[in-house]
Design a binder for this molecule. Structure first.
Ligand SMILES: *Cc1c(COP(=O)(O)O)cnc(C)c1O
Length: 416
């Protein structure tokens, strides 16, 4: 069976994990920081904060940017649920603008057209690994006082080009934060895992705090357990309050900050990732360039072989010269199922019988029952994404796929 996606785990990957399992730290140890700094260096960002999956990375992005009730967050309908759910997690309204029919990404025109005054953030998804038009999206968002979060879950190690310069996803000036996923189906894996990257010191610091219960052991950040005004006996009125609430204790006892001391300064979570996952991440990171390059070769082979079929469209990459090295996560084609007289289910079954796995990515998020029920979204809101969905089929793409396997898929598709 040729699956539609598959992780690649080498002996070195396994050895790296085993080493950590034999070490003193299974979590909160040195591998986490090492993975963060290598990942930050790879994308060219100042900070990387490793977390247990990309859904929480998106949730943290909302929290650190103080997105909340009364705010609107616009994303693509052609994405995994998390890109939109993150807005709902913090009480904001997730909203959607339509996609471009060639790149399957949100475009500046639809974003500007659907903008509303309460929009505070845009989550721009790099669908299949191809970046949205980040410079234009950032200009629209920032000129209206909103921030840009790049959902780079499909684009690890990839980039794009703008005005002749190459930029990495997660390492360019047109996103305030970027998020990545290390789920096994993505381009590199830690089992489960995610990363939030940013150049913003405050965002990174807050994200680290919220990742671990909102607690700090850093003495320079301490606020104290006792309100200094209340415990100050020279203030007669506050002294009375202190007397009634802490009468059995001298306040200096509560003010002691020994080696055990920590403070919870905001309501945080346990969004941490383990050291053995980060060891896998570090090892996979070394192999990332090889993964990206093999995925690019497979996509080129598909594009050549499938060009010119009257009932199939290959992914559009506008102005090739303007685009840098795309890290392809998915190879999604558009098929005119009416023209070939078969339903998509029949096509998937026929390919399955030939040992070829396929997938449909994505069902437009705004049409999910919870979104329709909660926000009143309906069919017709994003017609391009809805049409795209009825014609989409993702073909197998993973780095260990051989040329023969690619050719087998091509033969299977051509025989439809
Ligand atoms: C996979 C994915 C996510 C969520 O990642 P997890 O690590 O599984 O939480 C979010 N956005 C996109 C575009 C994804 O593909």
């Amino acid at each position: 069976m040729i699956p539609y996606g598959k992780q690649s785990i080498s002996d070195d990957d396994i050895a790296a994990v085993v080493d950590v399992l034999r070490s003193d730290f299974l979590t909160c140890g040195p591998e986490v920081e090492a993975f963060e700094s290598e990942f930050a260096a790879m994308v060219g960002a100042k900070h990387a904060v490793a977390v247990c999956n990309a859904t929480v990375a998106l949730h943290l992005a909302m929290l650190v940017a103080k997105i909340g009730p009364g705010d609107r967050v616009i994303t693509s309908p052609n994405t995994f649920l998390s890109s939109a759910n993150c807005a709902a997690f913090v009480g904001a309204i997730p909203d959607f603008c339509d996609i471009d029919p060639q790149t399957y990404n949100i475009c500046p025109e639809t974003l500007a057209r659907d903008w509303q005054d309460d929009t505070k953030a845009v989550v721009a998804v790099a669908y299949a690994g191809q970046s949205a038009d980040m410079p234009a999206i950032a200009e629209i968002a920032r000129s209206r006082g909103a921030i840009v979060i790049e959902d780079g879950c499909h684009g690890m190690g990839g980039g794009f080009s703008h005005e002749g310069k190459n930029y990495k996803i997660g390492g360019h000036p047109w996103a305030d934060m970027s998020t990545f996923s290390f789920h096994p189906v993505k381009t590199m894996t830690t089992g489960e895992g995610g990363m939030l990257v940013t150049d913003n010191d405050q965002y990174a610091q807050t994200a680290r705090l919220l990742r671990s219960h909102g607690m700090t052991r850093n003495a320079t950040e301490f606020i104290g357990l006792v309100d200094p005004d209340i415990s100050d006996s020279s203030n007669p009125s506050s002294g009375i309050i202190a007397q009634s609430t802490t009468s059995h204790l001298p306040s200096h006892a509560l003010a002691e900050r020994g080696p055990w001391y920590y403070e919870m300064q905001s309501l945080g979570f346990n969004f941490r990732i383990t050291d053995f996952q980060c060891a896998l991440g570090l090892s996979q990171l070394k192999r990332l360039p090889e993964f990206v390059s093999r995925r690019r070769d497979i996509v080129a082979r598909y594009n050549d072989a499938l060009a010119g079929l009257p009932w199939l469209e290959t992914p559009g990459v506008p102005d090739e010269r303007e685009r840098g090295e795309i890290s392809w996560h998915l190879y999604t084609v558009q098929i005119d199922f009416d023209k070939i007289g078969k339903s998509r289910t029949e096509v998937m079954m026929a390919l399955r019988e030939q040992g070829i796995g396929t997938q449909v990515l994505y069902i437009p998020v705004h049409l999910q029952p919870w979104y329709r029920r909660t926000y009143g979204y309906a069919q017709g809101k994003c017609p391009v994404a809805e049409t795209y969905y009825t014609r989409a089929l993702s073909l197998p793409l993973y780095p260990s796929m051989s040329d023969d396997e690619v050719d087998q898929v091509v033969t299977g598709v051509k025989s439809l």
